[in-house]
Design a protein around this ligand. Structure first.
Ligand code: SF4
Ligand code: SF4
Length: 192
């Protein structure tokens, strides 16, 4: 214990200069930005603020917002309840209840669909691991970044809500074709 204490080094704080101690110059540099925007808004019509939440920020392509489940063009979930996303999710935001043996394979595109699928949006960190790992292209991070609710339970999105928000994903599952194409472009995969 004593040895550990002896090995501790003291980090020296940088002394503030006289002007920094006054705080006024720092305050003034902040106010300069405020006044500049005020001037530009009033006399030049350059508005730098937006009327949120009526106006929303247009997110760039590839933005990673909230993850939602998608349906195929026949209104069926693409998810096959493999639970890979649940396993990989770092904050354990996903909870899947797989179907029991009573699921009828003839009613869907897959033999196994989730009985329930929940994402706790209070836990989700929009990391995209679920989208990356999904073998069926059934879950995608979309453009929603502003999720609100009046209770914790409201922020747990169930399967119906996730599917309604996710919309339809057209076309066959191309994930592995795309991945193979990407791999072929890499040097390591070029023929000798
Ligand atoms: S985006 Fe990340 S944190 Fe959110 S549900 Fe998917 S894996 Fe979990
Ligand atoms: S969303 Fe994808 S990874 Fe998650 S359970 Fe469904 S099929 Fe598996």
């Amino acid at each position: 214990m004593n040895n550990a204490r002896n090995n501790l080094t003291t980090v020296k704080r940088t002394e503030l200069t006289f002007l920094e101690k006054l705080y006024v110059p720092t305050l003034w540099s902040g106010l300069k930005v405020t006044f500049r925007h005020f001037w530009n808004t009033l006399f030049r019509g350059k508005v730098v603020t937006m009327e949120y939440p009526e106006q929303k920020w247009t997110v760039p392509e590839g933005y990673r917002g909230a993850p939602y489940l998608v349906k195929d063009t026949e209104d069926r979930t693409k998810c096959v309840s493999c639970q890979l996303c649940e396993f990989v999710c770092p904050p354990k935001a996903i909870r899947i209840t797989p179907p029991g043996p009573a699921v009828d394979p003839t009613t869907g595109n897959v033999e196994k669909r989730p009985k329930e699928f929940e994402i706790n949006m209070l836990r989700c960190i929009f990391c995209g691991f679920c989208q990356e790992v999904c073998p069926e292209e059934a879950i995608f991070l979309q453009k929603d970044y502003s999720l609100t609710g009046v209770s914790r339970s409201e922020m747990i999105y169930d399967k119906e809500k996730l599917l309604a928000l996710g919309g339809v994903h057209r076309g066959p599952i191309m994930k592995w074709k795309q991945k193979a194409d990407e791999a072929r472009k890499q040097d390591a995969f070029k023929p000798e």
